[in-house]
Ligand binder design. Sequence first.
Ligand code: F6P
Length: 328
Amino acid sequence: MVNKIKRIGVMTSGGDSPGMNAAIRAVVRSCAYYNVECVGFYRGFQGMVEGDYMEMDARSVRNIISRGGTILKSARSKDFLTPQGRKKAANSLSKAKVDAMILIGGDGTFRGGKIFSEEHGFPVIGVPGTIDNDIFGTHYTIGYDTALNTVVEAIDKIRDTASSHNRLFFVEVMGRDAGFIALNSGIGAGAEEILIPEEDLGLDRLLASLERSRKSGKMSSIVVVSEGDKIGKNVFELAEYVTKNLPDYDSKVTVLGHIQRGGSPSCFDRVLASRLCVKAVELLLDGQKNVMVGFVNNQIESCSLVSALKEKHDINRDLLRISDILST
Ligand code: F6P
């Protein structure tokens, strides 16, 4: 390996996701393995702006692989959005003698990393960590699998009470502008309908489908609504509209919210985080920069930050068809 990198920084940024700690651990332990120093910056870009960091060695990440959240904390830094803030961050990194940064986060994090590397010629590597799974260049982001399991477990519980009371439940899940969580958790939990931002199925179709369900003998139903869905203004107005048009239904709304971001990471997320971050360190030591590591067809690959940001990771539309067939 061509090794000009002597000291690597790591941070977590944007919405936290289960498996970020496993990712930090893998960066720190890989650095220790390859005899490279490692420092952890607190609160994402904000810690870089303020020069708020700690030295990390292999023992400083003991027993964190199983913990949700991020020991380095996370933030969405306003200062880093300005050229002055980014200049401050460049000065802090130079003062801390950091040669390259590993940025664990979502598209906002990669946008920040890209502009920072362009302005200051500073090497960065992106690691996709977000429950939304909305990043091009990887089939899975760290935290998505755990979030799916959290959602399915919650909907299973809602199903129990929905069935006892013959009710219709609208369950709102996270995902920002992407429907990955809704689509996959909806199929996993056997939802009657799944509403996602990528596909506007229309209110009439929803009413017709719920009416059909009722007539076919279904006593309770679950509609999974992605928070970015545009069919209703929000999940409460959607539920109100449906109840007005189908008065036989007794409807309830549950917004799952931030429980989807917490909890101990699944084995899949721990292994994914470990594989991605060993690769991230190895790429830097090989002289690569400004790329994102991703999980594609069970292999760890990399693509430029530019394409990770420019292109879109689309949902698998066949899953909608599967959901339709299985909710008959
Ligand atoms: O990007 C992760 C995510 O959890 C989205 O699913 C959600 O829209 C957003 O973050 C919520 O952000 P905050 O925690 O700042 O409210």
